[in-house]
Ligand binder design. Structure first.
Ligand code: NAD
Length: 254
């Protein structure tokens, strides 16, 4: 599978440097970034090609992996899917715009392309998807981030946001992919609380789900990426797992 990457930052670096020759089904060949130097650096590290022309890249790959920004999803996803090329999207917040979600779903269906959204920086999505249409009554997310990851200097914890995921995504577009992923997985605009907490040095996500099935709670305490403290290591690792799953005969925990 030939892959082209949009966005050559923290996530792309972890993915590219973690794919080893034994993963011979995944060939990350093209690197595209609005900052061409970043594309060239990662391409040379990976023995690939820095793409100067986005359309040329799409014509040469089986899958485009977006790890850039919500704006890049809006700009490039329609172009990729129109060519019948599959896509993995990391900046999932972009899909909280209902009109855009329906537009790319339509384009993908018409051109027989698939859109994959990795579980990202949380655990528990398998359970949420399983119960989504079976009496799921309540889902909430409490996210705690360190002041450093939000560029703040404070001594006591502060609630930055409390409300629906659709509003959180507008206020914190680069920080709240997790809320977007859960909302899309269970077809609900979930309740979200974002706390900046000087006691944590990790990105902590606590999910609670209640319904006719019972109740579950998951807590993920992620180490941030050194290259970007807003991003959790697990987000990149989940994308690697997803890429590898495309070549599996037996899949578990989907
Ligand atoms: N799904 C999840 O759980 C999850 C978790 C963490 C991060 N993310 C998202 O993944 C994306 C990448 O995260 P990161 O930590 O690697 O970011 P990063 O800032 O380290 O790297 C982003 C790269 O994309 C490039 N870029 C940005 N907009 C672009 C555009 N329009 N066209 C081309 N290149 C563009 C930048 O120049 C940069 O090199 C972000 O949108 C982030 O919010 C998702």
């Amino acid at each position: 599978m030939k892959v082209g990457i949009i966005g050559c930052g923290a996530i792309a670096n972890i993915i590219t440097t973690s794919i080893v020759p034994e993963d011979n089904c995944i060939d990350i060949e093209y690197f595209f970034d609005k900052d061409i130097e970043r594309a060239e650096n990662l391409a040379s590290l990976a023995g690939g090609v820095a793409a100067l022309d986005f359309d040329d890249m799409v014509d040469s790959v089986d899958l485009v992996l977006e790890c850039a920004s919500p704006a890049s999803v809006k700009e490039y996803a329609p172009k990729v899917l129109e060519k019948g090329v599959d896509m993995v999207i990391m900046s999932i917040g972009a899909l909280m715009d209902d009109e855009f979600y329906l537009e790319i779903e339509k384009i993908a269906k018409e051109h027989n392309a698939k859109v994959h959204l990795p579980s990202g920086a949380i655990v528990g999505l398998d359970g949420i998807k399983a119960v989504a249409k079976f009496g799921l009554k309540e889902v909430s997310l409490v996210t705690r981030k360190s002041p450093k990851s939000l560029g703040k200097e404070i001594d006591v914890e502060e609630v930055l946001f409390e409300g629906k995921a659709s509003d959180a995504v507008k206020e914190f577009p680069l920080n709240i992919n997790v809320a977007a992923t859960i909302s899309i997985a269970c077809h609900k605009d979930i309740d979200v609380k974002i706390i900046v907490d000087p006691k944590v040095d990790r990105n902590v996500h606590e999910i609670t789900a209640k319904g006719d099935f019972g109740e579950f709670k998951t807590i993920t305490m992620n180490y941030p990426c050194s290259a970007n403290p807003k991003t959790s290591m697990l987000a990149a690792l989940s994308a690697i797992r997803l890429l590898k799953s495309f070549n599996e005969t037996i899949s578990v925990g989907m």
